[in-house]
Design a protein around this ligand. Structure first.
Ligand code: NAD
Ligand code: DAU
Length: 347
């Protein structure tokens, strides 16, 4: 099989690429990535020389480029992760999200549809999406695969739109597809613009921890390698034209999560307990901030036997250890444009 993974130099994509390259030596894995600020080939140094791995630098917006690589490599499967992924950036630059997340996805759908027109056997377009498309929950309830879409941010609106296009290509052209909607991931290689890696980096640097609003927003957290395992399972065993929700069965209010993070970091950094908590600073809320996300992942659990393999405490320790051992990675990604972004957002 020739598999195209898009966005493979990013956070989740790099874990998916590594897993496929290592677990499936008979597959040829092609990683298409534009290497935006979020894409980093350092994430894949350990596997870049593997004979079944090829990196293709390119943009999903670039239709002629997509035509050319689909023609050349005759992909059997596409696992589409490339996206603009940060809610805060979508508030300042929504069009970037329209371009990559909507137009980029439709470009990929077109080339896949055309390539597989004559023979759809064992072909699959796998679209990686988010629980944010369902909008915001109140204090109870869970998102199921049947929850109506109700996106609130430009990011989630662009992801919802791309999900609809994927389903529409399934209905209209018979494109074999599968979609998964996952909750918040955390783990190694997470870009330090998102809550957990941003706060780990700020604690290391003794900088304020900017908690939005009252900090009582709730997210369901999943360790990134468990997401990669779910993607592997759905790609191989999921049913065509179906959606699966993926989640960690692991809800945390932001402020409680931040306090736990501070406690573990104090221990790891040999600081007196309570030192990092003093860095917590309540700041202006994110506009349109969704109160709560929580996933009912019983379908993927019952039908495919997937469940998370690590507890949150284990995953968080693994994550913190990774950041402490990979200071060079952090230094590289926080140099250059990152400072400009940080100052614009937080100063
Ligand atoms: P990320 O921002 O870390 O990585 C995105 C990758 O896509 C980067 O390598 C970037 O260079 C690449 N990319 C961006 N625009 C591109 C373009 N126009 N052409 C080609 N490549 C491009 O994102 P992530 O957190 O790893 O998320 C990956 C996918 O998973 C996204 O589709 C996101 O919506 C979805 N998702 C993320 C989470 C999460 O918690 N991070 C949860 C659920 C779903
Ligand atoms: O739910 C899945 C989604 O999770 C993915 O689709 C997105 O790609 C991913 O970025 C993530 O979105 P969130 O907006 O939930 O993640 P983020 O890490 O940006 O924020 C998590 C929570 O922490 C949210 O309630 C906002 C809050 N927050 C975030 C930042 C960056 C803060 O309080 N302060 C911050 O500085």
């Amino acid at each position: 099989m020739n598999i195209l993974i898009t966005g493979g130099a990013g956070f989740i994509g790099s874990h998916v690429v590594r897993r496929f390259v290592k677990n499936y030596p008979d597959y040829q894995i092609y990683n298409l990535d534009a290497l935006t600020y979020a894409g980093n080939l350092e994430n894949l140094r350990d596997i870049e020389q593997h004979p079944n791995y090829t990196f293709l630098k390119g943009d999903v917006i670039d239709e002629p480029f997509l035509n050319q690589i689909f023609e050349k490599h005759q992909f059997d499967g596409v696992i589409h992760l490339a996206a603009e992924s940060h809610v805060d950036r979508s508030i300042t630059d929504p069009l970037a999200f329209v371009r990559t997340n909507i137009i980029g996805t439709v470009n990929l759908l077109n080339v896949s549809r055309d390539l597989w027109k004559e023979n759809k056997d064992n072909k699959r377009f796998y679209h990686i999406s988010t629980d944010e498309v369902y909008g915001s929950l109140g204090t109870d309830g869970l998102f199921t695969e049947n929850t109506p879409y109700d996106p609130n941010s430009p990011y989630s609106a662009s992801k919802a739109s791309s999900d609809h296009f994927v389903r529409a290509y399934g209905e209209t052209y018979g494109l074999p597809y599968v979609i998964t909607n996952c909750s918040n991931n955390y783990g190694p290689n997470h870009f330090p613009e998102k809550l957990i890696p941003l706060f780990i980096n700020n604690i290391i640097e003794n900088k304020p921890l900017p908690v939005y609003g009252d900090g009582k927003y709730t997210r369901d957290w999943l360790f990134v390698k468990d997401h990669a395992a779910a993607i592997d399972l759905v790609f191989h065993k999921g049913k065509n034209q179906e959606t699966y929700n993926i989640g960690g069965f692991n809800e945390w209010q932001n402020i409680e999560l931040v306090k736990l993070l501070c406690k573990i970091m104090d221990k790891k950094l040999d600081r007196q307990e309570g030192t990092s908590e003093k860095l917590i600073t309540y700041v202006k809320d994110r506009p349109g901030h969704d109160l709560r996300y929580a996933i009912d992942a019983s379908k993927i659990n019952k039908e495919l036997g997937w469940k998370p393999s690590v507890t949150f405490e284990q995953g968080l320790e693994l994550t913190i250890d990774w950041y402490l051992e990979n200071q060079e990675w952090l230094d590289h990604v926080t140099s250059g444009d990152y400072q400009e972004y940080y100052d614009k957002m937080y100063k």
